[in-house]
Design a protein around this ligand. Structure first.
Ligand SMILES: [Zn+2]
Ligand SMILES: [Zn+2]
Length: 254
């Protein structure tokens, strides 16, 4: 299994438009972060988690030629608003399967009404097949995918475990029985917004505590704000098995 970090930034991305913050002005390419998403290549299948505003550039940067499924964590714009740009995949492949909580699919239907229309649909509009996810494992083309329920302040969100890889972003709290679903993962990806606390996201300290509780071989931090600091400096402060993810980083999981 190969995982590509397509984007590792929080909702505004880094740099923020017009910002003169030193991290936004950094020349280090690792300090430039598109909105969060990962691509999982698993036995020839391309599974995308989230499809945000930078989706098109992310697909071009990584020369992605097909998408077999899109899993959504939640409905916030930085995770969903790139859906229209699946058009090139749709033109080649037909309807793209999307998997999300019922509430998230309802939200997508409101925002992308034309994609979900069944009659008199505009010929250039993309198409999807919708799959409702509940908090129980599901099968996709023979692959077992385990949703992991967490809270983003008051909003329910899903993380996902695929074999020995797990990805959770926009987490603030998580129940013990959900943490138990992550036991034995080799690689855990979790969001860490900044050092100061935040009402709906883990800060760095909370993310590190969570990693300790799960106990993966390696952990990667994502959904990073410019307020966390320079990539190079923050990396030096982290435990030996914890890494700041950066855009276009690729990792292999056996
Ligand atoms: Zn987000
Ligand atoms: Zn969010």
């Amino acid at each position: 299994m190969k995982v590509t970090f397509l984007g590792t930034g929080t909702s505004q991305g880094i740099p923020i438009i017009g910002s003169t913050h030193p991290v936004c002005l950094s020349k280090d390419t690792k300090d430039k972060r598109l909105r969060v998403s990962v691509l999982i290549e698993w036995d020839g299948q391309n599974i995308l988690i989230d499809c945000g505003p930078d989706f098109r550039m992310q697909m071009l940067a990584n020369q992605v030629s097909h998408i077999d499924a899109i899993l959504y964590t939640h409905e916030h714009n930085d995770h969903t608003i790139g859906l229209d740009d699946i058009r090139p995949f749709f033109f080649r492949q037909g309807d793209i399967p999307v998997f999300a909580h019922k509430r998230v699919l309802e939200s997508l239907k409101k925002r992308f009404e034309y994609i979900f229309e069944s009659e008199n649909k505009y010929p250039g509009a993309p198409g999807v097949t919708t799959n409702v996810i509940e908090n129980k494992p599901f099968n996709f083309n023979g692959f077992n995918i385990i949703p992991v329920n967490a809270m983003h302040n008051r909003l329910q969100i899903f993380g996902f475990r695929l074999k020995d890889f797990a990805y959770l972003t926009d987490v603030k709290t998580i129940e013990k029985e959900e943490v138990d679903k992550l036991r034995g993962v080799k690689v855990l990806v979790v969001s860490a917004l900044r050092k100061e606390s935040h009402h709906s996201h883990f800060n760095l300290e909370e993310a590190l505590e969570f990693i300790k509780e799960v106990g993966p071989e390696k952990a990667y931090l994502t959904h990073i704000s410019h307020q966390l600091g320079f990539h190079e400096e923050v990396q030096k402060e982290l435990p030996k098995n914890v890494f700041l993810a950066y855009d276009n980083l690729k990792i292999e999981i056996e």
